[in-house]
Design a protein around this ligand. Structure first.
Ligand code: GN1
Ligand code: MG
Length: 363
């Protein structure tokens, strides 16, 4: 597969890369007589993305748009901003389907930069917010209708309650719940927040919040930091760029970056929401955010943080009860554990509500 895309050279290696919960990612190295080419090869999970060609179409639209804007603004910036490029297949088009129906695509590698699964420092947190704000600003001039909804209901939290109920009603799901006290506690945790969890969808339905293009998955592991300067240079993983509320992005960035233990932590006692990190991210984000956020947007920022942490916990939990059909797992019970990490984070967010609201108000 690595040789099906329009990159020069002979194949040296293909190694597994990244830690995605959905797609399979590889780093490919090719060499010519005088230089080397590296790129990212991915097999898109078609159980999750039923229309991967629409994912590629969105990616093409967004990358063309952002590359054009970055070129226009190149002399206004304090740094080099990057965004991956879709590498076409040798046969034309932006993807290759293999004999087993596997859907493959190639993406350029971001030069001299890395991402981290956990927040490293206050500066790192600031950069995560800054990169998200810049990305949202860049795509804000793209009409949302141009983008396909590749995962219907992706961040519509009440929809995941329905998925949990469905999984719990099934015999195998009911058995998984019965066998684990931790799972029963998670269920209780969810039940106590059932009525509140439509908070953003209701505001959207009332017309208070509007749909715009969003990234969909701006977790810390998708923020690339320039090796040479330590500054943010890029946001990657454009699979979930689609129309949505910018609150989904804001909440996801904060729930991911303000948990110093990371979302795979096995030690729940280390999981909490760090409000100093939160202040640093919000400061970075608002450098751009203040250009496009209105009062109604601002009124829901706290709920967004609490909700997206809750939603991710609910998604992991529902998947555990359903038998791990969505998120990849490396050990038995991983999705239950991931859910407990997010729910612990939600509790910490709730405990620190006043402090978080205060820092959001003054941002
Ligand atoms: C999944 O596959 P990955 O790691 O980029 C998920 C996100 C979650 C994230 C949590 C399409 O992202 O929504 O926030 O795991 N992506 C999809 O780590 O469901
Ligand atoms: Mg993703």
């Amino acid at each position: 597969m690595a040789q099906m895309f329009a990159v020069e050279g002979r194949l040296v290696t293909v190694e597994s890369a990244g830690s995605g919960n959905v797609n399979d990612t590889y780093l490919v190295i090719l060499r010519t007589t005088f230089d080397e080419h590296r790129f990212i090869l991915q097999r898109v999970n078609t159980r999750v993305f039923a229309h991967p060609e629409s994912v590629m179409q969105n990616m093409r639209i967004v990358t063309d748009h952002v590359h054009r804007r970055l070129e226009e603004e190149v002399y206004l910036s304090d740094r080099i901003w990057q965004l991956p490029r879709v590498i076409p297949a040798k046969t034309g088009g932006d993807f290759v389907v293999d004999g087993d129906g596997g859907f493959w695509r190639a993406i350029s590698l971001i030069a001299s930069a890395h991402s981290y699964e956990k927040v490293q420092s206050m500066e790192h947190a600031h950069e995560a917010g800054f990169v998200l704000g810049q990305f949202q600003r860049l795509i804000s001039s793209l009409p949302a209708e141009q983008l396909a909804v590749t995962l219907p209901g992706f961040h519509v939290t009440p929809g995941y309650l329905g998925k949990l109920d469905e999984a719990a009603a099934n015999d195998a799901g009911a058995e998984r719940l019965r066998c684990s006290v931790e799972a029963q506690r998670c269920l209780q945790f969810v039940q106590q927040r059932r009525d509140w969890c439509s908070v953003l969808e209701s505001a959207k339905a009332r017309g208070e919040l509007k749909v715009r293009p969003i990234h969909g998955d701006p977790k810390i592991g998708n923020i690339m930091i320039d090796d040479a300067t330590g500054k943010g240079t890029c946001i990657v993983d454009l699979d979930t760029v689609m129309p949505g509320l910018i609150h989904y992005d804001f909440g996801d960035c904060l729930r991911s970056c303000c948990n110093p233990a990371g979302e795979e932590s096995r030690d729940l006692s280390q999981v909490y929401f760090d409000t100093d990190l939160c202040a640093a991210i919000v400061k970075g984000y608002m450098a751009f955010g203040r250009l496009f956020l209105d009062d109604a947007d601002r009124a829901y920022l706290y709920d967004a943080i609490r909700l997206i942490a809750f939603e991710l916990g609910l998604r992991f939990f529902a998947d555990y009860v359903a038998g791990d059909v969505y998120f990849k797992v490396r050990y038995e019970g991983q999705n239950l554990h991931r859910a407990r990490v997010q729910f612990k984070l939600v509790e910490s967010i709730e405990t620190r509500e006043l402090q978080i609201r205060k820092l959001l108000e003054s941002a």
